[in-house]
Design a binder for this molecule. Structure first.
Ligand code: ADP
Ligand code: DP6
Length: 330
Protein backbone atom coordinates (compact mmCIF):
# COMPACT_ATOMS: atom_id res chain seq x y z
CA UNK A 1 0.00 0.00 0.00
CA UNK A 2 1.42 3.39 -0.99
CA UNK A 3 -0.22 6.55 0.32
CA UNK A 4 0.51 10.24 -0.17
CA UNK A 5 -1.38 13.39 0.72
CA UNK A 6 -0.70 16.91 -0.50
CA UNK A 7 -2.11 20.43 -0.59
CA UNK A 8 -1.88 22.85 -3.51
CA UNK A 9 -3.19 26.39 -3.80
CA UNK A 10 -5.01 27.89 -6.76
CA UNK A 11 -3.33 30.40 -9.03
CA UNK A 12 -4.89 33.15 -11.10
CA UNK A 13 -3.27 34.05 -14.41
CA UNK A 14 -2.37 37.70 -14.99
CA UNK A 15 -1.35 36.75 -18.54
CA UNK A 16 -3.71 33.96 -19.56
CA UNK A 17 -3.12 30.49 -20.95
CA UNK A 18 -5.74 30.19 -23.66
CA UNK A 19 -5.30 27.47 -26.29
CA UNK A 20 -3.35 24.27 -26.81
CA UNK A 21 -1.06 23.27 -29.62
CA UNK A 22 -1.02 19.66 -28.37
CA UNK A 23 -4.15 18.54 -26.52
CA UNK A 24 -2.74 15.17 -25.50
CA UNK A 25 0.47 16.48 -23.93
CA UNK A 26 -1.20 19.77 -22.93
CA UNK A 27 1.33 22.02 -24.62
CA UNK A 28 0.01 25.59 -24.72
CA UNK A 29 0.04 28.05 -27.59
CA UNK A 30 1.47 30.85 -25.42
CA UNK A 31 3.47 31.42 -22.24
CA UNK A 32 1.36 32.49 -19.27
CA UNK A 33 2.09 34.21 -15.96
CA UNK A 34 0.22 33.78 -12.69
CA UNK A 35 0.06 34.61 -9.02
CA UNK A 36 -0.44 31.71 -6.61
CA UNK A 37 -2.91 32.65 -3.85
CA UNK A 38 -3.46 31.55 -0.27
CA UNK A 39 -7.25 31.70 0.02
CA UNK A 40 -8.32 28.72 -2.10
CA UNK A 41 -6.74 25.28 -2.21
CA UNK A 42 -7.20 21.53 -2.62
CA UNK A 43 -6.11 18.68 -0.37
CA UNK A 44 -5.84 15.28 -2.00
CA UNK A 45 -4.81 11.89 -0.71
CA UNK A 46 -4.05 8.97 -2.99
CA UNK A 47 -3.61 5.35 -1.98
CA UNK A 48 -2.33 2.72 -4.41
CA UNK A 49 -3.01 -0.85 -3.29
CA UNK A 50 -2.83 -4.34 -4.86
CA UNK A 51 -6.16 -5.02 -3.16
CA UNK A 52 -8.13 -2.49 -5.21
CA UNK A 53 -9.93 -3.77 -8.31
CA UNK A 54 -10.54 -0.34 -9.89
CA UNK A 55 -9.66 3.35 -9.47
CA UNK A 56 -12.09 5.34 -7.33
CA UNK A 57 -12.33 9.13 -6.98
CA UNK A 58 -14.18 10.95 -4.21
CA UNK A 59 -14.46 14.75 -4.37
CA UNK A 60 -15.84 16.67 -1.38
CA UNK A 61 -17.12 13.36 0.07
CA UNK A 62 -19.06 12.60 -3.12
CA UNK A 63 -18.13 9.47 -5.06
CA UNK A 64 -17.53 10.70 -8.60
CA UNK A 65 -19.13 9.20 -11.71
CA UNK A 66 -17.40 7.17 -14.39
CA UNK A 67 -16.46 10.17 -16.55
CA UNK A 68 -14.80 12.15 -13.74
CA UNK A 69 -13.07 9.01 -12.46
CA UNK A 70 -11.81 8.14 -15.95
CA UNK A 71 -10.19 11.60 -16.18
CA UNK A 72 -8.38 11.00 -12.88
CA UNK A 73 -7.47 7.44 -13.99
CA UNK A 74 -5.77 8.78 -17.10
CA UNK A 75 -3.64 10.98 -14.88
CA UNK A 76 -2.91 8.11 -12.46
CA UNK A 77 -1.71 6.06 -15.45
CA UNK A 78 1.07 8.61 -16.00
CA UNK A 79 2.20 8.26 -12.37
CA UNK A 80 1.90 4.46 -12.49
CA UNK A 81 4.02 4.39 -15.63
CA UNK A 82 6.73 6.46 -13.97
CA UNK A 83 6.70 4.14 -10.93
CA UNK A 84 6.49 0.93 -12.97
CA UNK A 85 3.51 -0.36 -11.02
CA UNK A 86 -0.03 -1.28 -12.02
CA UNK A 87 -1.94 -0.99 -8.71
CA UNK A 88 -5.31 0.72 -8.78
CA UNK A 89 -5.79 3.76 -6.56
CA UNK A 90 -8.31 5.44 -4.30
CA UNK A 91 -8.22 9.24 -4.63
CA UNK A 92 -9.93 11.38 -2.01
CA UNK A 93 -9.95 15.12 -2.54
CA UNK A 94 -11.40 18.16 -0.79
CA UNK A 95 -11.69 21.40 -2.73
CA UNK A 96 -11.55 24.48 -0.52
CA UNK A 97 -12.60 26.34 -3.65
CA UNK A 98 -15.81 26.05 -5.69
CA UNK A 99 -15.36 23.38 -8.38
CA UNK A 100 -15.48 24.29 -12.10
CA UNK A 101 -16.71 27.84 -11.46
CA UNK A 102 -13.78 29.72 -12.97
CA UNK A 103 -11.92 29.90 -9.67
CA UNK A 104 -9.12 27.55 -10.77
CA UNK A 105 -10.10 24.30 -9.02
CA UNK A 106 -8.46 22.40 -11.88
CA UNK A 107 -5.13 24.09 -11.07
CA UNK A 108 -5.13 23.31 -7.33
CA UNK A 109 -6.83 19.95 -7.88
CA UNK A 110 -4.39 18.50 -10.36
CA UNK A 111 -1.32 20.03 -8.68
CA UNK A 112 -2.37 18.42 -5.38
CA UNK A 113 -2.95 15.08 -7.13
CA UNK A 114 0.45 15.21 -8.86
CA UNK A 115 2.23 15.99 -5.60
CA UNK A 116 0.30 13.26 -3.72
CA UNK A 117 1.24 10.69 -6.41
CA UNK A 118 4.89 11.76 -6.26
CA UNK A 119 4.87 11.19 -2.49
CA UNK A 120 2.87 7.96 -2.52
CA UNK A 121 4.95 6.30 -5.23
CA UNK A 122 8.20 7.91 -4.07
CA UNK A 123 8.89 9.14 -7.57
CA UNK A 124 11.39 11.70 -6.28
CA UNK A 125 10.45 14.25 -8.93
CA UNK A 126 12.02 17.70 -8.81
CA UNK A 127 9.61 20.67 -8.79
CA UNK A 128 10.27 21.14 -12.49
CA UNK A 129 9.38 17.50 -13.20
CA UNK A 130 6.35 17.77 -10.91
CA UNK A 131 5.23 20.81 -12.87
CA UNK A 132 5.54 18.80 -16.10
CA UNK A 133 3.47 15.99 -14.58
CA UNK A 134 0.77 18.33 -13.19
CA UNK A 135 0.54 19.97 -16.63
CA UNK A 136 -0.60 16.66 -18.13
CA UNK A 137 -3.64 16.76 -15.79
CA UNK A 138 -4.57 20.40 -16.37
CA UNK A 139 -2.40 23.06 -17.97
CA UNK A 140 -2.83 25.71 -15.28
CA UNK A 141 -1.93 23.10 -12.60
CA UNK A 142 1.73 23.24 -13.65
CA UNK A 143 1.86 26.78 -12.19
CA UNK A 144 0.37 25.74 -8.80
CA UNK A 145 3.45 23.66 -7.96
CA UNK A 146 5.13 27.01 -7.20
CA UNK A 147 4.27 29.98 -5.00
CA UNK A 148 4.29 33.70 -5.86
CA UNK A 149 4.71 34.91 -9.44
CA UNK A 150 5.07 31.99 -11.83
CA UNK A 151 5.66 31.75 -15.57
CA UNK A 152 4.69 28.70 -17.61
CA UNK A 153 7.16 28.39 -20.45
CA UNK A 154 5.17 26.91 -23.29
CA UNK A 155 8.05 24.79 -24.61
CA UNK A 156 7.71 22.48 -27.60
CA UNK A 157 7.68 18.98 -26.06
CA UNK A 158 6.75 17.17 -22.86
CA UNK A 159 10.16 17.90 -21.31
CA UNK A 160 10.37 21.57 -22.27
CA UNK A 161 6.93 22.79 -21.12
CA UNK A 162 6.88 23.61 -17.40
CA UNK A 163 6.45 26.45 -14.93
CA UNK A 164 9.03 28.25 -12.86
CA UNK A 165 9.14 31.06 -10.30
CA UNK A 166 9.72 34.60 -11.54
CA UNK A 167 12.23 36.25 -9.17
CA UNK A 168 10.47 39.24 -7.64
CA UNK A 169 12.31 40.04 -4.41
CA UNK A 170 9.12 38.93 -2.58
CA UNK A 171 7.16 41.86 -4.08
CA UNK A 172 4.12 39.55 -4.34
CA UNK A 173 3.79 39.80 -0.54
CA UNK A 174 2.80 43.45 -0.98
CA UNK A 175 -0.01 42.51 -3.37
CA UNK A 176 -3.45 40.99 -2.90
CA UNK A 177 -6.35 39.70 -4.94
CA UNK A 178 -9.99 40.23 -4.00
CA UNK A 179 -12.47 37.70 -5.41
CA UNK A 180 -15.95 38.95 -6.26
CA UNK A 181 -18.06 35.82 -6.32
CA UNK A 182 -20.84 36.16 -8.84
CA UNK A 183 -21.74 32.50 -9.22
CA UNK A 184 -20.09 29.43 -7.72
CA UNK A 185 -21.98 26.88 -9.83
CA UNK A 186 -20.38 24.69 -12.49
CA UNK A 187 -20.05 26.66 -15.73
CA UNK A 188 -21.65 25.61 -19.03
CA UNK A 189 -18.45 25.64 -21.10
CA UNK A 190 -15.35 24.18 -19.39
CA UNK A 191 -12.01 25.92 -19.87
CA UNK A 192 -10.89 22.92 -21.89
CA UNK A 193 -13.81 23.04 -24.33
CA UNK A 194 -13.87 26.85 -24.44
CA UNK A 195 -10.23 27.21 -25.41
CA UNK A 196 -10.47 24.43 -27.99
CA UNK A 197 -13.48 26.03 -29.66
CA UNK A 198 -11.65 29.34 -29.69
CA UNK A 199 -8.45 27.98 -31.23
CA UNK A 200 -10.40 26.11 -33.88
CA UNK A 201 -12.92 28.77 -34.86
CA UNK A 202 -12.20 32.27 -33.52
CA UNK A 203 -11.12 34.79 -36.13
CA UNK A 204 -9.58 36.81 -33.26
CA UNK A 205 -7.28 33.98 -32.16
CA UNK A 206 -4.15 35.03 -34.08
CA UNK A 207 -4.46 38.55 -32.69
CA UNK A 208 -4.68 37.03 -29.20
CA UNK A 209 -1.39 35.16 -29.70
CA UNK A 210 0.41 38.30 -30.89
CA UNK A 211 -0.92 40.27 -27.91
CA UNK A 212 -0.14 37.57 -25.36
CA UNK A 213 3.57 37.55 -26.28
CA UNK A 214 3.86 41.34 -25.90
CA UNK A 215 1.74 41.43 -22.74
CA UNK A 216 3.94 38.79 -21.13
CA UNK A 217 7.05 40.93 -21.63
CA UNK A 218 5.25 43.99 -20.26
CA UNK A 219 4.15 42.05 -17.17
CA UNK A 220 7.65 40.68 -16.53
CA UNK A 221 9.14 44.16 -16.82
CA UNK A 222 6.51 45.50 -14.42
CA UNK A 223 7.41 42.78 -11.89
CA UNK A 224 11.13 43.52 -12.29
CA UNK A 225 10.46 47.23 -11.62
CA UNK A 226 7.76 46.60 -8.95
CA UNK A 227 5.54 48.88 -11.00
CA UNK A 228 2.04 48.08 -9.78
CA UNK A 229 0.14 50.30 -12.22
CA UNK A 230 1.96 48.75 -15.19
CA UNK A 231 1.28 45.22 -13.94
CA UNK A 232 -2.38 46.02 -13.26
CA UNK A 233 -2.93 47.65 -16.64
CA UNK A 234 -1.48 44.76 -18.60
CA UNK A 235 -3.36 42.22 -16.44
CA UNK A 236 -6.70 43.88 -17.10
CA UNK A 237 -6.01 44.37 -20.80
CA UNK A 238 -4.81 40.79 -21.30
CA UNK A 239 -7.88 39.29 -19.62
CA UNK A 240 -10.17 41.39 -21.81
CA UNK A 241 -8.34 40.25 -24.94
CA UNK A 242 -8.73 36.60 -23.94
CA UNK A 243 -12.45 37.06 -23.39
CA UNK A 244 -12.78 38.91 -26.72
CA UNK A 245 -11.68 35.76 -28.57
CA UNK A 246 -14.75 33.84 -27.38
CA UNK A 247 -17.11 36.35 -29.00
CA UNK A 248 -15.60 35.61 -32.40
CA UNK A 249 -15.82 31.81 -32.00
CA UNK A 250 -18.38 29.59 -33.74
CA UNK A 251 -20.74 29.23 -32.03
CA UNK A 252 -19.92 32.42 -30.10
CA UNK A 253 -19.97 32.34 -26.32
CA UNK A 254 -18.99 34.38 -23.28
CA UNK A 255 -18.21 33.65 -19.65
CA UNK A 256 -19.49 37.09 -18.64
CA UNK A 257 -22.81 37.67 -16.95
CA UNK A 258 -24.50 41.04 -16.34
CA UNK A 259 -23.19 40.86 -12.77
CA UNK A 260 -19.62 40.37 -14.04
CA UNK A 261 -19.98 43.60 -16.03
CA UNK A 262 -21.33 45.38 -12.98
CA UNK A 263 -18.29 44.17 -10.98
CA UNK A 264 -15.85 45.27 -13.70
CA UNK A 265 -17.45 48.72 -13.83
CA UNK A 266 -17.29 48.95 -10.08
CA UNK A 267 -13.52 48.25 -10.16
CA UNK A 268 -13.06 50.99 -12.78
CA UNK A 269 -15.02 53.44 -10.62
CA UNK A 270 -12.92 52.63 -7.55
CA UNK A 271 -9.77 53.13 -9.62
CA UNK A 272 -10.96 56.45 -10.98
CA UNK A 273 -11.58 57.52 -7.39
CA UNK A 274 -7.86 57.09 -6.75
CA UNK A 275 -7.44 53.53 -5.41
CA UNK A 276 -5.29 51.48 -7.80
CA UNK A 277 -7.03 48.18 -8.63
CA UNK A 278 -7.48 46.13 -11.79
CA UNK A 279 -9.77 43.23 -12.71
CA UNK A 280 -9.26 39.93 -14.44
CA UNK A 281 -11.62 37.05 -15.25
CA UNK A 282 -11.17 33.41 -16.15
CA UNK A 283 -13.47 30.82 -17.66
CA UNK A 284 -16.43 31.77 -15.48
CA UNK A 285 -18.43 34.85 -14.39
CA UNK A 286 -16.41 35.64 -11.24
CA UNK A 287 -14.25 38.76 -11.11
CA UNK A 288 -10.83 38.97 -9.45
CA UNK A 289 -9.34 42.28 -8.41
CA UNK A 290 -5.57 42.76 -8.30
CA UNK A 291 -4.54 45.40 -5.79
CA UNK A 292 -1.88 46.35 -3.25
CA UNK A 293 -2.28 44.82 0.19
CA UNK A 294 -2.28 48.24 1.87
CA UNK A 295 -5.39 49.22 -0.11
CA UNK A 296 -7.43 46.05 0.63
CA UNK A 297 -9.52 47.53 3.51
CA UNK A 298 -10.42 50.67 1.52
CA UNK A 299 -11.26 48.68 -1.64
CA UNK A 300 -13.34 46.18 0.35
CA UNK A 301 -15.26 49.08 1.92
CA UNK A 302 -16.17 50.34 -1.56
CA UNK A 303 -17.03 46.86 -2.88
CA UNK A 304 -19.25 46.19 0.14
CA UNK A 305 -21.48 49.03 -1.03
CA UNK A 306 -22.25 46.95 -4.13
CA UNK A 307 -21.78 43.30 -3.12
CA UNK A 308 -22.62 41.25 -0.03
CA UNK A 309 -19.79 40.31 2.35
CA UNK A 310 -20.28 36.63 1.43
CA UNK A 311 -19.42 37.48 -2.18
CA UNK A 312 -16.04 38.99 -1.24
CA UNK A 313 -12.89 37.04 -0.37
CA UNK A 314 -9.48 38.58 -0.16
CA UNK A 315 -6.32 36.57 -0.81
CA UNK A 316 -2.59 37.14 -0.39
CA UNK A 317 0.19 35.48 -2.35
CA UNK A 318 0.32 31.75 -1.65
CA UNK A 319 2.96 29.06 -1.43
CA UNK A 320 3.78 26.18 -3.69
CA UNK A 321 2.32 22.68 -3.29
CA UNK A 322 3.17 20.97 0.02
CA UNK A 323 3.31 17.36 1.21
CA UNK A 324 1.01 16.51 4.12
CA UNK A 325 1.41 12.78 4.81
CA UNK A 326 3.21 9.79 3.43
CA UNK A 327 2.88 6.11 4.27
CA UNK A 328 4.36 3.02 2.70
CA UNK A 329 3.70 -0.53 3.86
CA UNK A 330 4.57 -3.61 1.89
P1 ADP B 1 -12.06 25.67 -12.83
O1 ADP B 1 -12.37 27.05 -13.25
O2 ADP B 1 -12.62 25.35 -11.49
O3 ADP B 1 -10.60 25.33 -12.93
P2 ADP B 1 -12.31 23.89 -15.09
O4 ADP B 1 -13.49 23.62 -15.99
O5 ADP B 1 -11.09 24.45 -15.70
O6 ADP B 1 -12.82 24.79 -13.89
O7 ADP B 1 -11.87 22.56 -14.37
C1 ADP B 1 -12.77 21.81 -13.58
C2 ADP B 1 -12.33 20.37 -13.66
O8 ADP B 1 -11.11 20.19 -12.92
C3 ADP B 1 -13.29 19.41 -12.98
O9 ADP B 1 -14.36 19.07 -13.84
C4 ADP B 1 -12.38 18.23 -12.70
O10 ADP B 1 -12.16 17.47 -13.87
C5 ADP B 1 -11.07 18.91 -12.35
N1 ADP B 1 -10.93 19.03 -10.89
C6 ADP B 1 -11.37 20.02 -10.09
N2 ADP B 1 -11.05 19.79 -8.80
C7 ADP B 1 -10.39 18.61 -8.78
C8 ADP B 1 -9.81 17.83 -7.74
N3 ADP B 1 -9.82 18.24 -6.48
N4 ADP B 1 -9.20 16.66 -8.07
C9 ADP B 1 -9.15 16.26 -9.38
N5 ADP B 1 -9.69 16.96 -10.40
C10 ADP B 1 -10.31 18.12 -10.11
C1 DP6 C 1 -8.89 30.81 -18.36
O1 DP6 C 1 -5.83 24.79 -17.04
O2 DP6 C 1 -8.31 24.64 -16.60
O3 DP6 C 1 -8.08 29.86 -16.34
O4 DP6 C 1 -5.40 22.60 -19.50
O5 DP6 C 1 -7.67 22.12 -20.42
O6 DP6 C 1 -7.19 21.65 -18.01
P1 DP6 C 1 -6.88 22.53 -19.22
O7 DP6 C 1 -7.40 24.01 -18.86
P2 DP6 C 1 -7.20 24.91 -17.57
O8 DP6 C 1 -7.41 26.35 -18.23
C2 DP6 C 1 -7.23 27.53 -17.55
C3 DP6 C 1 -7.65 28.68 -18.40
C4 DP6 C 1 -7.76 30.01 -17.71
C5 DP6 C 1 -6.48 30.83 -17.88
C6 DP6 C 1 -5.29 30.44 -17.04
O9 DP6 C 1 -5.45 29.92 -15.93
O10 DP6 C 1 -4.17 30.72 -17.51
Amino acid sequence: MYKGKARAYTNIALIKYWGKKDAQLILPMNNSLSLTLDAFYTETSVTFSPEYTQDTFTLDNDKQDEKATAKVSRFLDLARKKAGISYYANVESQNFVPTAAGLASSASGLAALAKACNDALQLGLSDKELSQLARRGSGSACRSIFGGFVEWEKGYSDDTSFAQVIPSDAWENELAMIFILINDQKKDVSSRDGMQRTVETSSFYDAWLDAAATDLQTAKQAIAKKDFAALGEVTEANGLKMHATTLAATPPFTYWSPESLRAMNCVRTIRQAGLPCYFTMDAGPNVKVLCQKKDVPAILDKLKQEFSPEQLTSASAGKGAVSLEMEVSK
